[in-house]
Design a protein around this ligand. Structure first.
Ligand SMILES: NC(=O)c1ccc[n+]([C@@H]2O[C@H](COP(=O)([O-])OP(=O)(O)OC[C@H]3O[C@@H](n4cnc5c(N)ncnc54)[C@H](OP(=O)(O)O)[C@@H]3O)[C@@H](O)[C@H]2O)c1
Length: 338
């Protein structure tokens, strides 16, 4: 099949391209930064001859002329490009919502109304309202709004697959790197007295990509304009404490010193950091954002259970131990934990 992947230099997108090509699919990889594409060492990807990079972007102000160069018989779009971390709420809406809306419109213009296309959208567990009636942060809200927009605006011949992963762990991830580094220093910060017992769902990037490929890269000719929402997740939930201690074990750290951060401090600290980023832009690298603080204050972060997706253990080969192990190996190889 011919498959367009956006966000190909990202954590999930790069694995997606690699595994799709391994399966023999022809991958058109949208790449914003050529150097980053080379740094991922895509030359070592197996079957890389099946991957064609398109050096362009989904910037709302961009020319989008690359859409015209897509093959007329494109089968699937796997849209992983997005903003996951930002101190500016407008960035979530600009990329996750506006750019996705433009992508859908441009694809609608390019392909005739009876062209069968499967559109796979990497949304997030954050899009699901937990205790409150809507997502807790702008990231989740931008994803939920994008989901609704895709479902509303997609032509009836498209299949829509919405994927809402929980925390994704695995090689090439940079979101959890700072936590691995804190643990390497022997520290174990938790939010509030019960913070260490907070329950999470997670999935290893290899299982996520395998899931998406098996569920979503099916031949679109056999489908008939359906919309499906998926919640892939490893069947066993983990606690914050288990995650930290696994990270410590794999880095050879025997003792972790717990630091309890009072819940009432989390928001003010996050707001202060975000305000300071206007006068000191390097601070924007600090992972605690206002948006993230809302998620941190939630009491659990669990995928909804579903018979077909979560209970079949055979689908999910990568448990917490193996997932953390390969991630540490990758970080060490790239000297990221030094
Ligand atoms: N990682 C997780 O735990 C997790 C969990 C749930 C859902 N998700 C979702 O899965 C998707 C992928 O996440 P990830 O962890 O792989 O994130 P990531 O590593 O930050 O990758 C995001 C990708 O989007 C690209 N991108 C952002 N803005 C773009 C633009 N204007 N034009 C073109 N490309 C653009 C980035 O390009 P550059 O490389 O050039 O910056 C990057 O390749 C996201 O949509 C995220 O919301 C992730």
């Amino acid at each position: 099949m011919k498959i367009l992947v956006t966000g190909s230099t990202g954590f999930i997108g790069s694995h997606m391209c690699e595994q799709l090509a391994l399966k023999g699919h022809q991958v058109l990889a949208l790449v914003r930064k050529q150097k980053k594409w080379e740094a991922i060492n895509t030359s070592s990807f197996s079957n890389r001859r099946f991957i064609t990079p398109i050096f362009d972007s989904i910037d709302p102000e961009g020319s989008w002329s690359w859409i015209d160069r897509l093959p007329n018989d494109l089968d699937v779009v796997v849209h992983t490009a997005g903003i996951v971390h930002s101190h500016r709420k407008s960035e979530f809406y600009r990329t996750n919502l506006t750019a996705t809306a433009i992508l859908v419109e441009k694809l609608k213009k390019k392909y005739s109304f009876n062209h069968k296309l499967k559109f796979v959208f990497l949304s997030s567990l954050s899009a699901i309202p937990t205790i409150k009636p809507e997502p807790v942060g702008h990231y989740g809200r931008s994803k939920l709004m994008a989901e609704e927009l895709i479902i509303k605006n997609a032509p009836s011949m498209w299949d829509i697959e919405i994927i809402r992963p929980p925390i994704v762990i695995g090689p090439r991830d940079l979101q959890l790197l700072h936590i691995f580094k804190i643990v390497k220093k022997g520290l174990y910060p938790v939010v509030g007295p019960e913070g260490e017992e907070k329950e999470y769902s997670f999935i290893c990037v290899f299982d996520l990509v395998k899931y998406v490929i098996s569920q979503c890269a099916r031949n679109p000719n056999i489908s008939t304009g359906v919309t499906k929402i998926h919640h892939p997740a490893y069947p066993e939930k983990i606690t914050y404490k288990e995650l930290y201690f696994e990270m410590a074990k794999e880095q050879g750290i025997n003792n972790l010193k717990k630091i309890t951060i009072p819940r009432f401090l989390v928001k003010p600290v996050a707001y202060t950091i975000s305000a300071l980023t206007y006068i000191c832009p390097p601070l924007s690298k600090i992972p605690l954002t206002v948006d993230k603080s809302s998620e941190l204050l939630e009491h659990k972060w669990l995928s909804p259970k579903s018979e077909s997706e979560n209970k079949n253990k055979d689908v999910y080969k990568w448990n917490l131990n193996n997932s953390v192990k390969v991630t540490v190996e990758d970080y060490n190889q790239r000297g990221l934990l030094n």
